[in-house]
Design a protein around this ligand. Structure first.
Ligand code: CP
Ligand code: NVA
Length: 305
């Protein structure tokens, strides 16, 4: 595996499998009270330039469970908010800490940070990608459906960070990926480029949610307006009309199809309250698996081998 986890495009199938297997083991250890303090004495710096509940709590609790420590750095309150260059922050944090988790806007900032520091950098969400979330999604799907290969993953909604990471993660795991987005809200060009080259898996990008959902094993959606797009909420409500995961759409999916949502969810927009509650077990398991999957990532990147 590379030094950092900045995007799933950098991982191969074996890397993803190693993370998912280690995630399963972390979950087993946690459930059975088995001590797994593989990161004793180590510190993770967590930089947040956007809001978070799950990412912050799961990384912080995860570090504690691994015997280490996590510290929260608010983008605004640290010197980052006053314009200290990323390259300098990168070199300073490497003198105190053993890893950095960052949630920010531009993917280029995460890549810059990773290039200028000797310690692992983990992407906790950018406008482009949400790799830790998708690792947790893949872990949850595999756990519940016993495999990933050959399953149909359907994503309905905005071609955002979640769509980008689901396409890459799903295809790398030999899933068939079907995405329905309104025109003008497609996934990133480099992700669509990657999708063209993916072998052993199928990909379609459609304007029709029904086509994407037909015979799906798992249906996934996300908010219509991501963090940083608050001014577009009204415009997006109009653009995304019809791109809702509801009972009618779920009828097209396979019997027993799963639903995943990274959360927070907007009931009545991208998903109805009925579908959300009918699949709440799967959705909150997905949230829980953030903890286990990220502990696996931290162990693999920051542990002594
Ligand atoms: N899914 C997710 O990343 O949640 P938070 O924004 O609460 O971290
Ligand atoms: N696409 C959403 C995901 C939130 C976890 C956002 O970026 O706000």
């Amino acid at each position: 595996m590379k030094k950092d986890l900045t995007k799933l495009l950098d991982l191969n199938k074996e890397d993803i499998n190693n993370i998912l297997n280690a995630g399963d083991q972390m979950k087993y250890n946690q459930r059975h009270g088995i001590i797994h303090d593989y990161l004793r004495g180590k510190t993770l710096a967590m930089i947040f330039e956007k809001n978070s509940t799950r990412t912050r709590v799961s990384f912080e609790a995860g570090m504690y469970q691994l015997g280490g420590h996590a510290l929260f750095l608010s983008g605004k309150e640290s010197q980052i908010g006053r314009g200290e260059p990323v390259e300098d922050t990168a070199r300073v944090l490497a003198r105190y800490c053993d890893g950095i988790m960052i949630r920010t806007f531009a993917q280029s900032e995460v890549e810059l940070l990773a290039r200028h520091t000797s310690i692992p950098v983990i992407n906790g969400l950018t406008d482009f990608a949400h790799p830790c979330q998708v690792l947790a999604d893949l872990m949850t799907i595999r756990e519940r459906m016993t495999r990933l290969e050959g399953l149909k993953l359907c994503y309905i909604g905005d071609g955002n960070n979640m769509a980008n990471s689901l396409i890459v993660g799903g295809l790398k795991c030999a899933m068939n990926v079907a995405v329905a987005c309104p025109e003008g809200y497609d996934p990133a060009p480099e992700v669509l480029e990657f999708a063209k080259t993916a072998t052993g898996a199928g990909f379609i990008l459609s304007r029709d949610p029904r086509e994407a959902a037909r015979d799906a094993d798992v249906v996934i959606t996300d908010v219509w307006a991501s963090m940083g797009m608050e001014e577009e909420v009204q415009k997006r409500r109009i653009a995304f009309e019809g791109y809702q995961v509801n009972d009618e759409l779920m009828k097209l999916a396979k019997n027993g199809a799963m639903v995943q949502h990274c959360l927070p969810a907007h009931r009545g927009e991208e998903i109805t309250a009925e579908v959300f509650e009918a699949h709440a077990d799967e959705i909150f398991e997905e949230a829980e698996n953030r903890l286990h999957a990220q502990k696996a990532v931290m162990y693999l990147l920051m542990g002594d081998k």
